[in-house]
Design a protein around this ligand. Structure first.
Ligand SMILES: [Zn+2]
Length: 136
């Protein structure tokens, strides 16, 4: 089982899921998502996904369950295959540009889709044709 080196599980799960499943919660997240998060962290430095444990507002930026105000049945977030990332050292536009122009680099190996025009990096590891972009 892959567990992130650079992210704690509570950064990727909502509060209730983390409380109910504990470390078993890793199994709810796609391995390709977790590998890619670690690779992005190594390349770009600090990344925020969820921060609810530290009193932040972000609880639904990794896995989403039906009790989320942002829940959508067919969102990749609902299957543990998507994350919304904020970067500390670079802008999200820089990261998106890098992904879309350097798709062949190993760091981006599993990224299948990127959301455009938003102030965070949404990427996911869906079964798709690299790389799908979409607007909100
Ligand atoms: Zn997203």
């Amino acid at each position: 089982m892959y567990q992130c080196q650079h992210f704690s599980l509570h950064e990727l799960l909502p509060r209730v899921v983390y409380q109910q499943r504990g470390e078993k919660g890793w199994a709810l997240l796609d391995e390709r998502l977790l590998v890619t998060l670690d690779r992005l962290r190594k390349r770009y430095g600090s990344i925020t996904v969820n921060n609810w444990l530290w009193g932040g507002e972000r609880e639904w930026s990794g896995l989403r369950t039906p009790d989320s105000p942002f829940y959508s049945r067919y969102s990749q977030h609902s299957f543990g295959r998507a994350a919304d990332c904020l970067f500390g050292a670079v802008t999200v536009d820089e990261v998106r540009e890098d992904i879309l122009t350097r798709l062949d680099e190993p760091v981006y190996q599993y990224i299948q889709s990127v959301e455009m025009g938003v102030s965070w990096l949404h990427f996911d590891v869906r079964n798709g044709c690299r790389v799908e972009t979409y607007w909100p």
